[in-house]
Write a protein that binds this ligand. Structure first.
Ligand SMILES: [Zn+2]
Length: 278
Protein backbone atom coordinates (compact mmCIF):
# COMPACT_ATOMS: atom_id res chain seq x y z
CA UNK A 1 0.00 0.00 0.00
CA UNK A 2 2.74 2.33 0.97
CA UNK A 3 4.73 1.53 -2.08
CA UNK A 4 1.71 1.83 -4.27
CA UNK A 5 0.90 5.19 -2.86
CA UNK A 6 4.39 6.46 -3.40
CA UNK A 7 4.53 5.10 -6.88
CA UNK A 8 1.34 6.89 -7.71
CA UNK A 9 2.59 10.05 -6.18
CA UNK A 10 5.76 9.76 -8.14
CA UNK A 11 3.88 9.22 -11.31
CA UNK A 12 1.71 12.16 -10.54
CA UNK A 13 4.67 14.32 -9.84
CA UNK A 14 6.83 13.04 -12.61
CA UNK A 15 5.68 15.71 -14.97
CA UNK A 16 6.69 18.20 -12.40
CA UNK A 17 9.92 16.64 -11.35
CA UNK A 18 11.11 16.12 -14.86
CA UNK A 19 13.04 18.46 -17.04
CA UNK A 20 16.08 18.90 -14.91
CA UNK A 21 17.77 20.99 -17.52
CA UNK A 22 14.87 23.32 -17.77
CA UNK A 23 14.63 23.47 -14.07
CA UNK A 24 18.30 24.22 -13.69
CA UNK A 25 17.94 27.05 -16.12
CA UNK A 26 15.08 28.44 -14.17
CA UNK A 27 17.08 28.32 -11.04
CA UNK A 28 19.30 31.03 -12.24
CA UNK A 29 16.35 33.29 -12.47
CA UNK A 30 14.33 32.11 -9.68
CA UNK A 31 14.08 33.30 -6.39
CA UNK A 32 13.61 33.04 -2.97
CA UNK A 33 10.34 32.18 -1.71
CA UNK A 34 11.39 34.52 0.74
CA UNK A 35 9.63 36.92 2.77
CA UNK A 36 8.40 35.34 5.83
CA UNK A 37 5.09 36.12 7.32
CA UNK A 38 6.54 38.89 9.32
CA UNK A 39 8.54 40.60 6.65
CA UNK A 40 7.25 44.06 6.24
CA UNK A 41 6.06 44.91 2.80
CA UNK A 42 7.34 48.38 3.40
CA UNK A 43 10.84 47.31 4.13
CA UNK A 44 12.24 45.53 1.12
CA UNK A 45 15.02 43.21 2.01
CA UNK A 46 18.32 43.49 0.30
CA UNK A 47 19.60 40.49 -1.51
CA UNK A 48 23.02 39.12 -1.87
CA UNK A 49 23.62 37.97 -5.36
CA UNK A 50 23.73 34.24 -5.66
CA UNK A 51 22.24 33.51 -2.31
CA UNK A 52 18.73 32.76 -3.29
CA UNK A 53 16.84 30.83 -0.77
CA UNK A 54 13.42 29.61 -0.04
CA UNK A 55 13.48 31.87 2.94
CA UNK A 56 15.98 34.44 1.99
CA UNK A 57 19.09 34.68 4.08
CA UNK A 58 18.68 37.29 6.64
CA UNK A 59 18.98 38.00 10.26
CA UNK A 60 16.07 38.80 12.43
CA UNK A 61 15.91 40.11 15.89
CA UNK A 62 14.40 37.96 18.54
CA UNK A 63 11.53 40.34 18.80
CA UNK A 64 10.72 40.00 15.16
CA UNK A 65 10.80 36.28 15.44
CA UNK A 66 8.76 36.31 18.54
CA UNK A 67 6.03 38.30 16.93
CA UNK A 68 6.30 36.25 13.82
CA UNK A 69 6.13 33.15 15.84
CA UNK A 70 2.75 34.25 16.93
CA UNK A 71 0.60 33.93 13.95
CA UNK A 72 -1.63 31.20 12.66
CA UNK A 73 -2.11 29.47 9.41
CA UNK A 74 -3.87 26.95 7.34
CA UNK A 75 -3.13 24.88 4.37
CA UNK A 76 -4.67 22.38 2.22
CA UNK A 77 -3.00 21.03 -0.71
CA UNK A 78 -5.20 19.12 -2.93
CA UNK A 79 -3.13 17.15 -5.24
CA UNK A 80 -4.64 18.18 -8.48
CA UNK A 81 -3.61 15.89 -11.16
CA UNK A 82 -2.92 16.99 -14.65
CA UNK A 83 -4.70 15.38 -17.43
CA UNK A 84 -7.80 14.81 -15.47
CA UNK A 85 -6.46 11.48 -14.64
CA UNK A 86 -8.02 8.37 -13.60
CA UNK A 87 -6.04 8.07 -10.48
CA UNK A 88 -7.65 6.03 -7.81
CA UNK A 89 -9.53 7.82 -5.11
CA UNK A 90 -7.02 6.91 -2.47
CA UNK A 91 -4.39 8.62 -4.49
CA UNK A 92 -6.09 11.96 -4.34
CA UNK A 93 -6.50 11.63 -0.65
CA UNK A 94 -2.96 10.55 0.11
CA UNK A 95 -0.56 12.08 -2.35
CA UNK A 96 -1.15 15.64 -1.18
CA UNK A 97 1.72 15.26 1.21
CA UNK A 98 4.14 14.62 -1.64
CA UNK A 99 3.16 17.62 -3.72
CA UNK A 100 6.21 19.11 -5.31
CA UNK A 101 6.44 22.89 -5.25
CA UNK A 102 9.36 24.71 -6.74
CA UNK A 103 10.15 27.20 -9.47
CA UNK A 104 9.18 24.73 -12.13
CA UNK A 105 6.10 23.51 -10.35
CA UNK A 106 4.06 26.39 -9.01
CA UNK A 107 0.84 25.99 -7.15
CA UNK A 108 -2.35 27.18 -8.83
CA UNK A 109 -3.20 30.76 -7.93
CA UNK A 110 -6.38 29.65 -6.24
CA UNK A 111 -4.65 27.24 -3.95
CA UNK A 112 -6.26 27.63 -0.56
CA UNK A 113 -5.44 24.94 1.93
CA UNK A 114 -7.38 24.24 5.06
CA UNK A 115 -5.38 25.55 7.92
CA UNK A 116 -5.06 25.38 11.64
CA UNK A 117 -3.14 27.65 13.94
CA UNK A 118 -0.06 26.80 15.88
CA UNK A 119 0.27 28.03 19.45
CA UNK A 120 2.10 31.09 18.22
CA UNK A 121 -0.58 31.98 15.71
CA UNK A 122 1.18 30.86 12.55
CA UNK A 123 -0.79 28.51 10.37
CA UNK A 124 -0.12 25.06 8.96
CA UNK A 125 -2.03 22.46 6.94
CA UNK A 126 -4.64 20.99 9.24
CA UNK A 127 -3.78 17.51 8.03
CA UNK A 128 -0.23 17.72 9.32
CA UNK A 129 -0.30 20.23 12.14
CA UNK A 130 -0.59 17.54 14.78
CA UNK A 131 2.62 15.96 13.56
CA UNK A 132 4.35 19.33 13.63
CA UNK A 133 3.20 19.97 17.17
CA UNK A 134 4.25 16.48 18.22
CA UNK A 135 7.73 17.07 16.83
CA UNK A 136 8.03 20.40 18.61
CA UNK A 137 6.81 18.89 21.86
CA UNK A 138 9.29 16.05 21.63
CA UNK A 139 12.11 18.53 21.13
CA UNK A 140 10.98 20.53 24.13
CA UNK A 141 10.91 17.40 26.23
CA UNK A 142 14.60 17.15 25.50
CA UNK A 143 15.13 20.58 26.97
CA UNK A 144 15.30 22.30 23.60
CA UNK A 145 13.48 25.46 22.52
CA UNK A 146 12.51 25.34 18.86
CA UNK A 147 10.67 28.36 17.47
CA UNK A 148 8.55 28.26 14.33
CA UNK A 149 9.26 31.59 12.71
CA UNK A 150 7.45 31.06 9.42
CA UNK A 151 4.87 28.59 8.20
CA UNK A 152 1.98 29.11 5.80
CA UNK A 153 2.05 32.15 3.59
CA UNK A 154 -0.79 32.83 1.16
CA UNK A 155 -0.09 33.22 -2.52
CA UNK A 156 -1.90 36.52 -2.38
CA UNK A 157 0.43 37.70 0.33
CA UNK A 158 3.34 36.53 -1.77
CA UNK A 159 2.05 38.50 -4.73
CA UNK A 160 1.61 41.64 -2.67
CA UNK A 161 5.13 41.36 -1.37
CA UNK A 162 6.49 40.88 -4.88
CA UNK A 163 4.58 43.86 -6.20
CA UNK A 164 5.72 46.05 -3.35
CA UNK A 165 9.28 44.99 -3.88
CA UNK A 166 9.01 45.83 -7.57
CA UNK A 167 7.69 49.28 -6.78
CA UNK A 168 10.49 49.76 -4.32
CA UNK A 169 13.05 48.90 -6.99
CA UNK A 170 11.41 51.40 -9.31
CA UNK A 171 11.88 54.11 -6.72
CA UNK A 172 15.55 53.27 -6.74
CA UNK A 173 15.68 54.30 -10.35
CA UNK A 174 15.36 51.02 -12.17
CA UNK A 175 13.16 50.57 -15.20
CA UNK A 176 10.00 48.64 -14.48
CA UNK A 177 11.33 45.64 -16.31
CA UNK A 178 14.60 45.65 -14.42
CA UNK A 179 12.79 46.33 -11.18
CA UNK A 180 10.70 43.21 -11.69
CA UNK A 181 13.83 41.16 -12.26
CA UNK A 182 15.49 42.49 -9.15
CA UNK A 183 12.35 41.98 -7.11
CA UNK A 184 12.23 38.32 -8.02
CA UNK A 185 15.71 37.84 -6.69
CA UNK A 186 14.34 38.73 -3.30
CA UNK A 187 10.86 37.36 -3.35
CA UNK A 188 9.75 34.10 -4.82
CA UNK A 189 7.18 34.21 -7.54
CA UNK A 190 3.72 33.63 -6.06
CA UNK A 191 2.94 29.95 -5.88
CA UNK A 192 6.50 28.70 -6.09
CA UNK A 193 7.24 28.77 -2.39
CA UNK A 194 6.68 25.74 -0.24
CA UNK A 195 5.32 28.13 2.33
CA UNK A 196 2.42 28.78 -0.04
CA UNK A 197 1.68 25.08 0.17
CA UNK A 198 1.26 25.10 3.92
CA UNK A 199 3.37 22.05 4.64
CA UNK A 200 6.63 23.86 5.33
CA UNK A 201 7.86 25.39 8.54
CA UNK A 202 10.98 27.35 9.33
CA UNK A 203 12.18 26.29 12.75
CA UNK A 204 15.01 27.97 14.60
CA UNK A 205 16.57 27.86 18.01
CA UNK A 206 15.24 30.41 20.44
CA UNK A 207 18.86 31.17 21.20
CA UNK A 208 19.87 31.69 17.61
CA UNK A 209 17.20 32.97 15.30
CA UNK A 210 19.20 33.88 12.24
CA UNK A 211 18.39 32.12 9.01
CA UNK A 212 21.89 31.24 7.99
CA UNK A 213 24.03 28.13 7.93
CA UNK A 214 25.12 28.55 11.52
CA UNK A 215 21.59 27.58 12.46
CA UNK A 216 22.66 24.03 11.69
CA UNK A 217 25.01 24.11 14.67
CA UNK A 218 22.29 24.74 17.22
CA UNK A 219 21.11 21.86 19.40
CA UNK A 220 17.60 22.37 18.07
CA UNK A 221 18.63 22.01 14.43
CA UNK A 222 20.72 18.95 15.19
CA UNK A 223 17.87 17.29 17.01
CA UNK A 224 15.36 18.14 14.31
CA UNK A 225 17.57 16.78 11.56
CA UNK A 226 17.96 13.52 13.42
CA UNK A 227 14.33 13.08 14.44
CA UNK A 228 12.21 14.97 11.92
CA UNK A 229 11.47 11.93 9.80
CA UNK A 230 9.85 10.21 12.77
CA UNK A 231 7.16 12.86 12.50
CA UNK A 232 6.97 12.87 8.72
CA UNK A 233 9.23 15.84 8.09
CA UNK A 234 12.35 16.22 5.98
CA UNK A 235 15.12 18.76 5.83
CA UNK A 236 13.98 20.03 2.47
CA UNK A 237 17.03 21.90 1.20
CA UNK A 238 20.16 19.92 2.03
CA UNK A 239 23.61 21.38 1.63
CA UNK A 240 24.65 18.97 -1.10
CA UNK A 241 21.50 19.29 -3.23
CA UNK A 242 21.39 22.97 -4.02
CA UNK A 243 22.04 22.30 -7.70
CA UNK A 244 18.87 20.24 -7.84
CA UNK A 245 16.59 22.11 -5.47
CA UNK A 246 17.76 25.50 -6.67
CA UNK A 247 17.61 26.66 -3.11
CA UNK A 248 20.47 27.44 -0.80
CA UNK A 249 21.19 25.20 2.16
CA UNK A 250 18.46 25.89 4.68
CA UNK A 251 18.96 23.98 7.93
CA UNK A 252 15.79 25.61 9.29
CA UNK A 253 13.27 24.68 6.60
CA UNK A 254 11.30 21.50 7.24
CA UNK A 255 8.68 20.04 4.94
CA UNK A 256 6.00 17.50 5.80
CA UNK A 257 5.85 14.53 3.41
CA UNK A 258 4.52 11.78 5.68
CA UNK A 259 6.51 9.36 7.80
CA UNK A 260 7.14 6.75 5.13
CA UNK A 261 8.57 9.14 2.57
CA UNK A 262 10.37 11.16 5.21
CA UNK A 263 12.27 8.14 6.50
CA UNK A 264 13.23 7.06 3.02
CA UNK A 265 14.37 10.53 2.07
CA UNK A 266 16.34 11.26 5.21
CA UNK A 267 17.97 7.83 5.21
CA UNK A 268 18.80 7.85 1.52
CA UNK A 269 20.07 11.39 1.38
CA UNK A 270 17.94 12.15 -1.64
CA UNK A 271 16.16 15.45 -1.96
CA UNK A 272 12.44 15.54 -2.68
CA UNK A 273 12.94 16.17 -6.39
CA UNK A 274 15.10 13.06 -6.68
CA UNK A 275 12.79 10.97 -4.55
CA UNK A 276 9.75 11.81 -6.63
CA UNK A 277 11.58 11.28 -9.91
CA UNK A 278 13.05 7.96 -8.80
ZN1 LIG B 1 11.21 28.08 4.68
Amino acid sequence: MGTYRRTDARRNNRHRAGGLLFFTTLLALTVTCAITAYASANQPTTVIAGSYGEDMSRTKTNQEHTSAAQQPESVSMSDRQPGGGNSPAHNDSESWMLTLVNAENPLPSDHSPKLKSLANGLQFDERAIDQLNAMLSAAREQGLSPVVCSAYRSIEKQRTLLNNQTEYQVTRGLSREQAAIEARKVIAYPGTSEHNLGLAADIVSINYQSLDEAQADTPEAKWLKEHCSEYGFILRYPKDKTDITGIIYEPWHFRYVGVEAAKEIMESGLCLEEYLAG
